[in-house]
Design a protein around this ligand. Structure first.
Ligand code: FAD
Ligand code: FO1
Length: 452
């Protein structure tokens, strides 16, 4: 099985144990199209060893609520079932990896450890702690990006235009089909954790005030169906209609991508196949590959990706110059959260996110920029936007979110524009600008019909 070496990073050479090979699954929560699982299986086959998958289930991960955990655990229940069919036992360890994984490695005398790539600080801390406590061979595989993040670039990219060139040169090489994992021939004799999403959900210490959503079904099986539906019905008009919140033309794949229930490479291969039918898909691939991988690049090379210090120098300067500007409106986080501003369009966007768990992509820009305009400082705007985004969005707590909010509020991956009150040279978006693109009234009406 050909796994491109550029996807694999040796975290630690270590001394192999004599027991099972373990894939510590975290970001890429799927049994199919998963390069980390495939590399773990290749290692186990080479050494004629059993293979197991482990997931460390933390409480309140970055403030995640019932809404996100419900979606994730139902997806993991399906992962456990598909892995059992492949004779690969699946274990859920309760608690953060640094506390739970070393013990598991000890007990099962794990020989080789594989994990998937995630640029978020908390994940890198987990990885560092596990590497410190267990001295077995430990590998990281980028199963999330079509072109591996660490390989595309060894530094923070300025914007889409710089990373696009680098990705463009490598795309052909990585746009390969993904092998299927095989039924594992070396039994471990271990029984995995029976995964009952409901029971696990009840046992978690989490905020239960943000209700689960029902318009999307979790799991890698439904993710692939959603992809087919998008390719058939909406890809063709994505370029023209993607920025119109009334045209309902986004893919709705972000919750599946965020929890790794679908592979971006699988999506891209599907889009490329549509070329034969005359559909270009370029606008979609630009978002799925260039924009998404730019976000991973941002979080990988900018440790403080959720702080003012991560903004480019020109943006920090211009925002500093305008700190003292009078704010025409000032809202507290509570007023924002309960959609109590003077702006009915903004209130509708907030309500769409709170009720549906997914705000339209175009509205997210307007939504975040208004938070900059109506709070006392860029730092307060940043923390309010991240808090609300990660509390209500199904796809929250994601590099795309930190990069999207930093773009909106701090000009990350953007350029300077004409200067104005509060914003300085940060790109401005206005109510009338939205109204010139779609019917604001109809969007407000559409959102008012959402329950929740
Ligand atoms: P589609 O338009 O169908 O795009 C398909 C995929 O391409 C998306 O799932 C995503 O992986 C990628 N993509 C699309 N637009 C962007 C973008 N601007 N930046 C990076 N990747 C992109 N995305 C999240 O996944 N989680 C978040 O928490 C999040 N918060 C955001 C906050 C703000 C203020 C902004 C401006 C953007 C945010 N985004 C976030 C990026 C983008 O809005 C969403 O990825 C997209 O709307 C998800 O819906 P979709 O999958 O139907 O999108
Ligand atoms: N990853 C884990 O390894 N363990 C968890 O318990 C966990 C919970 C969780 C809850 C909400 C959420 O949005 C993400 C969560 N993640 C968890 C991380 C997720 O798998 C992604 O890796 C990152 O959030 C995106 O980079």
């Amino acid at each position: 099985m050909e796994i491109l070496p550029e996807r694999i990073r040796t975290i630690r050479e270590g001394v192999p144990g004599t027991g099972v090979v373990a894939y510590w699954m975290s970001r890429d929560q799927r049994s199919g199209d998963n390069w980390a699982l495939l590399f773990a299986q290749e290692t186990a086959l080479r050494h004629k060893l059993p293979l197991v998958v482990v997931f460390c289930l933390a409480d309140s991960f970055l403030g995640a609520t019932l809404r996100q955990y419900g979606f994730m655990l139902q997806g993991l229940e399906k992962v456990a079932r598909s892995l059992e069919k492949l004779s690969i036992p699946f274990f859920i360890l309760r608690g953060e990896a640094p506390e739970t994984l070393p013990g598991f490695i000890e007990q099962s005398d794990v020989s080789f450890l594989v994990t998937d790539f995630d640029p978020l600080r908390v994940k890198r801390h987990w990885q560092d702690e596990v590497a410190r406590k267990a001295n077995i061979p430990f590998y990281e595989v980028d199963a999330h990006n079509m072109v591996p993040c660490r390989f595309v670039s060894d530094k923070k990219e300025y914007g889409a235009y710089t990373i696009r060139k680098k990705i463009g040169r490598l795309l052909k090489r990585f746009a390969v089909d993904i092998p299927v994992p095989e039924k594992h021939p070396y039994p471990s004799g271990l029984r995995g954790t029976p995964v009952d999403a409901g029971a696990l959900l009840r046992g978690l210490k989490i905020d239960r005030s943000v209700k689960e959503i029902d318009w999307i079904t979790p799991g890698e099986d439904y993710a692939l169906r959603a992809l087919d539906g998008f390719l058939e019905e909406r890809l063709g008009r994505y370029g023209a209609d993607r920025n119109d919140p009334l045209k309902d033309c986004q893919s709705d794949l972000s919750p599946y991508l965020h929890f790794g229930q679908i592979s971006a490479q699988r999506i891209a291969l599907g889009v490329m196949k549509c070329r034969a039918a005359g559909l270009s898909g370029d606008a979609f691939l630009e978002e799925l590959i260039v924009r998404r991988e730019l976000s991973d690049n941002f979080c990988l090379y900018e440790r403080d990706y959720d702080s003012f210090s991560a903004f480019p120098e020109w943006a920090r300067r211009t925002l500093d110059e305008h700190r003292g500007d009078r704010r025409a409106y000032l809202y507290s986080r509570e007023e924002l959260e309960s959609s109590k501003t003077h702006d009915d369009l903004w209130n509708a966007a907030q309500r769409e996110m709170a009720a549906r768990g997914k705000m339209h992509g175009y509205m997210r820009m307007y939504w975040a920029k208004k938070i900059l305009e109506w709070t006392a400082s860029p730092e307060e705007a940043l923390s309010a936007a991240i808090y609300l985004n990660d509390r209500y969005e199904l796809d929250g707590r994601d590099p795309n979110g930190y990069a999207g909010i930093a773009w909106s509020i701090g000009g990350v991956h953007d350029r300077a524009w004409g200067s104005r009150n509060v914003f300085g040279k940060i790109r401005y978006m206005s109510y009338n600008g939205c109204a010139s693109k779609f019917s604001v009234k109809r969007y407000i009406k559409k959102v008012s019909r959402l329950n929740g």
